[in-house]
Ligand binder design. Structure first.
Ligand SMILES: *Cc1c(COP(=O)(O)O)cnc(C)c1O
Length: 373
């Protein structure tokens, strides 16, 4: 029996051949393929400046630096995300302020957002969990009213849209990830969509040692930059993947439809928002009320594995990680995120799956949970 992982990248032979061409070309680090990928992304996002780099984490960190955020500043985000979202706030020396998740969308609860804004608040980092977009109208209405920057952590939302406008076309600074598990990949990588060429120039410096090169071959360093440029080997994978993004996402939507068709509703699990219009279906995550079953989540994962199905967890509520507990966060602070963090399971969903695979997963869930009642 073939094991079905919870995700798997789709890399075709043409892409593999293109990687070989780059390796044989003699120019393997940042070069023409990086420029081509950036130009293609920029065209996709309405001509806005886009720059790529080796992770979305680095994109988020540089975005905060572009907003001049540092010690003494507060940045609001959700505890229900990959920990990178809050780590970057700490990296630049600012203070993360969490706002609980909405129980339906599982994204930051916009009804609770304004109460968390203080005179020290400089920015909001919304996260489109599983690709389901945060309400951009309400978010930007609040941001504008309080004069806040918005750094969109759209790592999971490439190809998602808000009311028909693709994420990245509108908005302030938007970060996407090309990690291997995302809807398209460069193995590791990410990008930032910006507003102005001036931001893009500073981004380029922060991405590579603060260096500015002059036409006469000279250079200067006038700002402290890191080392997070993307290689051409990675960029050429991105060029090929980007051509397939819309097709991949269409397939993911069809698979999500199949999940909603065949998932056993009598098990008492909370399914995600049934959105076939806006979400790119980065993940399919039921919440399983484990306290009502005789098995823990760890046992569920083990038993699903025995049936040939990989299950992930995305994510435990991050304010309960030791690093954040040491900052004073504790159990009970964000009950909605904590409940999601306890009960969430990520079932297999990736472009190369079939509807029959989805039915196999649904059957396995039913078998495992029925036996645990
Ligand atoms: C994947 C992810 C990141 C980080 O992306 P990397 O490219 O791995 O640095 C940040 N935020 C969210 C929500 C993610 O899913």
């Amino acid at each position: 029996m073939d094991f079905l992982p919870f995700t798997r990248p789709s890399i075709d032979e043409e892409t593999i051949a293109a990687v070989g061409d780059v390796l044989r070309s003699g120019w393997i680090t940042s070069g023409p393929k990086v420029k081509e990928l950036e130009a293609t992304l920029s065209a996709r996002y309405g001509g806005r400046p886009v720059r790529v780099l080796n992770s979305a984490t680095a994109a988020l960190e540089i975005a905060l630096r572009l907003c001049k955020i540092g010690p003494g500043d507060e940045v609001i985000t959700t505890p229900m995300s990959w920990v990178a979202t809050a780590n970057v706030i700490l990296t630049v020396g600012a203070k993360p302020v969490f706002v609980d998740a909405d129980p339906v969308t599982r994204n930051i609860d916009l009804n609770k957002l304004e109460a968390a804004i203080t005179p020290k608040t400089k920015a909001i980092i919304p996260v489109d969990l599983a690709g389901l977009p945060v309400d951009r109208d309400r978010l930007y209405e609040i941001a504008r009213r309080h004069n806040l920057r918005v750094v969109e952590d759209a790592a999971q939302a490439m190809g998602s849209n808000w009311k028909g406008r693709e994420i990245g076309v509108d908005g302030d600074l938007i970060s996407f990830s090309f990690h291997a598990n995302k809807n398209i990949t460069t193995t590791e990588g990410g990008c930032l969509v910006m507003n102005t060429e001036e931001e893009a120039r500073l981004f380029e410096k922060l991405r590579l040692q603060g260096v500015t090169r002059f036409a006469d071959g000279g250079m200067d360093v006038d700002v402290l930059g890191g080392k997070s440029n993307l290689t051409d080997v990675a960029a050429v994978i991105g060029i090929h993947q980007l051509r397939k993004l819309d097709g991949f996402n269409q397939q993911r939507r069809e698979l999500a439809r199949e999940y909603f068709r065949c998932f056993d509703r009598s098990l008492g699990c909370d399914l995600p928002v049934e959105d076939y219009e806006q979400s790119n279906w980065h993940m399919f995550q039921p919440l399983i009320p484990f306290e009502k079953f005789k098995i823990s989540r760890a046992q569920f994962i083990e038993q699903m594995k025995a049936q040939g199905v990989g299950v992930g967890v995305h994510y435990p509520a991050m304010h309960l990680f030791t690093l954040f507990r040491e900052l004073g966060f504790k159990e009970g602070d964000f009950p909605v995120a904590e409940r999601i963090g306890r009960d969430t399971v990520t079932l297999p969903l990736f472009a190369a799956m079939t509807a029959a695979d989805v039915r196999k997963v649904c059957d396995a869930v039913t078998n495992v949970l029925r036996a645990a009642q």
